[in-house]
Design a protein around this ligand. Structure first.
Ligand SMILES: Cc1cc2nc3c(=O)[nH]c(=O)nc-3n(C[C@H](O)[C@H](O)[C@H](O)COP(=O)(O)OP(=O)(O)OC[C@H]3O[C@@H](n4cnc5c(N)ncnc54)[C@H](O)[C@@H]3O)c2cc1C
Length: 354
């Protein structure tokens, strides 16, 4: 059986940043990713100012050119809301954190290449097409049971800590706690669906802008459209159970009729369900981080929350492994106070859940 100091489920921003905090301290880390890499992710793929700072602070480098869309920049002032009564009004995605202001020039990335680049920077060993199915934890170690795509027999990896950085539908979190939740729920079950079309004409939509529509007759929460390279990405969201393909057709019809948008060939669809989870950080030798832990700053800024919580999770484990003092979960709880506070602030200001 292979042994590591830490095994991490999930190769998104939370998993890679958690790994980086640990490998920087010399610990051995294995990341297990259920998808084949590089994997796509249902996301607008925008790096807000805070995220840009975290990349520099935690990884010490800027992301390379290939992670960016050809239209790399989106100015915060070019994010606008539109409704049939008021027309365009300014729309703000960000809530200041600890009184700090961040760059208002956002960066437009491809999540598949960005996440793979971050993973390569993490210093961890990784295996893709490897799904964490179960674990058994004792006082001193954790055995992680993994279904690998190329073998029928599950593999078992032994580690001192397991981290669930496995996103909104976290298996690790579900196995750990199914019933016990802490803190207030942020909302209910939502679903998100987006489609990429070759861009023929933006019509009257402003170039390099991001337009948000709050139209309850089409979707229960945000509808938006923005350009990624040669593609236009259309997003619709709704309460779980709403027919989002129907919403998408209505949205396309609105864009064509009202704005003269002309779409070319359909490239791909992405979708996911979103359970707005209360914050839960794990217990004993099994911690959860990123969106799995409930860290996503509404309005949907999640990459910074994932990286920041992932890093603090990794640092907490590293400190306990080195000094043997306080349990990692306690250090992690203490280290996440400001992230929790910011999350609460974002929830109090969130705008788009009908
Ligand atoms: C429509 C939409 C638009 C968004 N736009 C933005 C945006 O523009 N900017 C922004 O900052 N945030 C955005 N977000 C939020 C952001 O995408 C997430 O919050 C962020 O990706 C969370 O990172 P994570 O590492 O916690 O999880 P994820 O990025 O979801 O990564 C989790 C990984 O775990 C893997 N995994 C899952 N289960 C297992 C398992 N059992 N075993 C092994 N691996 C597993 C998954 O395949 C995945 O690769 C958006 C979200 C949505 C829904």
């Amino acid at each position: 059986m292979q042994e590591y100091d830490v095994v991490i489920a999930g190769s998104g921003p939370a998993g890679s940043t958690c790994a980086k905090a640990l490998t920087d301290e010399g610990f051995s880390v294995l990341i297990l990713e259920k998808e084949a890499l590089p994997r796509y992710k249902n996301c607008s793929g925008v790096l807000f100012g805070q995220t840009q700072e975290l990349i520099k602070s935690y990884f010490g480098v800027d992301a390379p050119a290939e992670v960016y869309c050809s239209n790399k920049y989106i100015e915060a002032d070019d994010i606008r809301e539109w409704d049939p009564i008021h027309g365009y009004v300014p729309y703000s995605w960000e809530t200041d954190k600890d009184g700090r202001k961040f760059s208002r020039t956002y960066q437009n990335i491809w999540r598949n290449t960005f996440d793979k680049w971050l993973l390569d920077q993490s210093g961890a060993k990784y295996i893709d097409s490897a799904r964490v199915k179960a674990f058994d934890a004792s006082d001193s170690s954790v055995n992680v049971h993994v279904q690998m795509a190329q073998s029928k027999e599950p593999a078992v990896f032994k580690c001192k800590y397991l981290v669930g950085a496995d996103g909104n539908a976290s298996t690790v979190r579900r196995l750990l706690q199914s019933a016990q939740t802490t803190g207030p729920a942020q909302g209910g079950k939502m679903a998100s669906f987006q489609s990429y079309y070759k861009l023929v004409s933006l019509g009257s939509l402003q170039k390099d802008s991001w337009t948000v529509f709050l139209m309850p007759d089409i979707g229960d929460f945000i509808l938006c459209v923005h350009q990624k390279g040669d593609y236009l990405v259309l997003h619709v969201g709704g309460k779980d159970g709403r027919n989002l393909r129907d919403s998408m057709e209505k949205f396309k019809e609105l864009l064509s009729r009202q704005f003269g948008v002309c779409l070319g060939e359909h490239w791909r669809d992405e979708g996911c369900k979103l359970d707005l989870l209360p914050v839960f950080l794990g217990e004993g030798r099994v911690l959860v981080t990123g969106e799995a832990a409930g860290f996503i700053y509404l309005n949907c800024e999640g990459i910074s929350a994932a990286m920041d919580s992932g890093y603090r999770c990794g640092k907490a484990i590293a400190q306990t492994l080195k000094s043997g003092g306080k349990p990692a979960i306690d250090l992690y709880e203490e280290g996440c106070q400001d992230i929790r506070a910011h999350l609460e602030k974002c929830i109090s200001q969130m705008r788009f859940f009908a």
